[in-house]
Ligand binder design. Structure first.
Ligand SMILES: [Cu+2]
Length: 155
């Protein structure tokens, strides 16, 4: 019954929706940002990963999955719990819930390791310190295994 255009659209819709077809539909967690990039997740007062590689100019998305506010704030030395920079590179989301992003300078020196902490909880985080390493070869990842590419942009 469908004409070609309709069939094409139906096929696209199936491709987008059919990924999880067949198994019990698992409830997806609170909609994370789409697309690929560099991600730090905060859950249960813990940063993950504890060491993240990001290229110069890379944008980091921080997902706070706790109900309380956290921050990702650079410090010069681990456990100093005082905002600071390493080789001129600093960042600070400020306390927030939900998601925040920050971007490394495009001239951030390769190999720079910038520790970070949470200004709200400092040493009482389950993971008091994490770090970002400036790495030009770092590869972006996807926030939470989204369907990849779904929903063509059309025209
Ligand atoms: Cu915190």
């Amino acid at each position: 019954m469908r004409e070609r255009t309709a069939a094409w659209m139906a096929a696209a819709a199936l491709a987008a929706a059919g990924a999880g077809c067949g198994s019990s539909s698992s409830s997806s967690p609170a909609a994370p940002p789409q697309g690929s990039g560099f991600f730090i997740t905060i859950s249960n007062l813990s940063f993950s990963p504890l060491s993240l590689h990001v290229p110069p100019g890379g944008t980091v998305t921080v997902l706070n999955q706790d109900a309380m506010q956290h921050s990702v704030t650079s410090e010069t030395t681990p456990s100093s719990f005082s905002p600071g920079a390493v080789s001129g590179v600093s960042f600070d989301t400020g306390p927030f819930t939900g998601a925040r992003t920050f971007t490394l300078p495009t001239n951030a020196p390769s190999g720079t390791v910038i520790p970070f902490f949470c200004t709200v909880h400092r040493g009482t985080m389950n993971t008091p310190n994490g770090s970002i390493t400036v790495d030009p070869s770092a590869v972006a990842t996807t926030a939470s295994g989204g369907g990849g590419g779904g929903g063509g942009s059309g025209y």
